[in-house]
Design a protein around this ligand. Structure first.
Ligand SMILES: [Zn+2]
Length: 183
């Protein structure tokens, strides 16, 4: 995985493209949480689940199915004020699906570990993207080390900077639209 913070950073950046008007603070909290959530599967190691198993790291919780379920669950539980099955409700579900799925997508861009089981539980096959520029992060707190620093550097380049660029681009485009509307 990229380190857990990088997942949150990328998700918040994606969130800025979605959140046009002011959104409640919890929107950002859930955005960060959903992006980090798939890595709860590392606790499986403590229970002796072997890497490669459907339930192990980068398995079921990194799948599109999981992201779909999380999208529904978060909106149903945390955004009760939004009327069910309205356009706004569906767009929130879609957003939290994308944010949760972004985690597996970033993992599939890393250069180590096992691939991501995107299609679990229907298939246990693991996937990587053909292009894998991000250095894989040591699991757990191993990133407080020299190797961790290297990983962090690669995440700055491949996750944080693109995220910042995305936020800047969204901000720029919105400003332009505002200026046009005003003139
Ligand atoms: Zn992960």
């Amino acid at each position: 995985m990229p380190t857990i913070f990088s997942h949150a950073v990328a998700a918040v950046a994606v969130g800025t493209t979605y959140a046009r008007r002011s959104v409640p603070f919890k929107f950002w909290v859930w955005t960060a949480l959903c992006a980090m959530l798939p890595d709860v599967d590392v606790i499986g190691f403590a229970f002796g689940i072997s890497y490669g198993d459907m339930l192990s790291h980068r398995g079921l919780t990194h799948s599109l199915t999981f992201a779909f379920v999380v999208g529904f669950a978060v909106v149903s539980l945390a955004f009760r004020e939004v009327e069910t099955f309205t356009r706004r409700w569906w767009s929130l579900v879609a957003f939290f699906f994308v944010v949760t799925a972004s985690h597996g997508a970033l993992d599939a861009l890393t250069d180590g570990g096992l691939g991501v089981a995107f299609f679990a539980p229907f298939s246990a096959r693991r996937y990587f993207f053909p292009w894998r520029p991000i250095e894989v992060s040591p699991i757990g707190l191993g990133f407080f080390s020299e190797r961790g620093l290297e990983v962090f550097e690669s995440e700055i380049v491949w996750v944080w900077l693109p995220s910042l660029a995305l936020v800047a681009a969204v901000w720029g485009v919105r400003k332009l639209i505002q200026l046009r509307a005003a003139s």
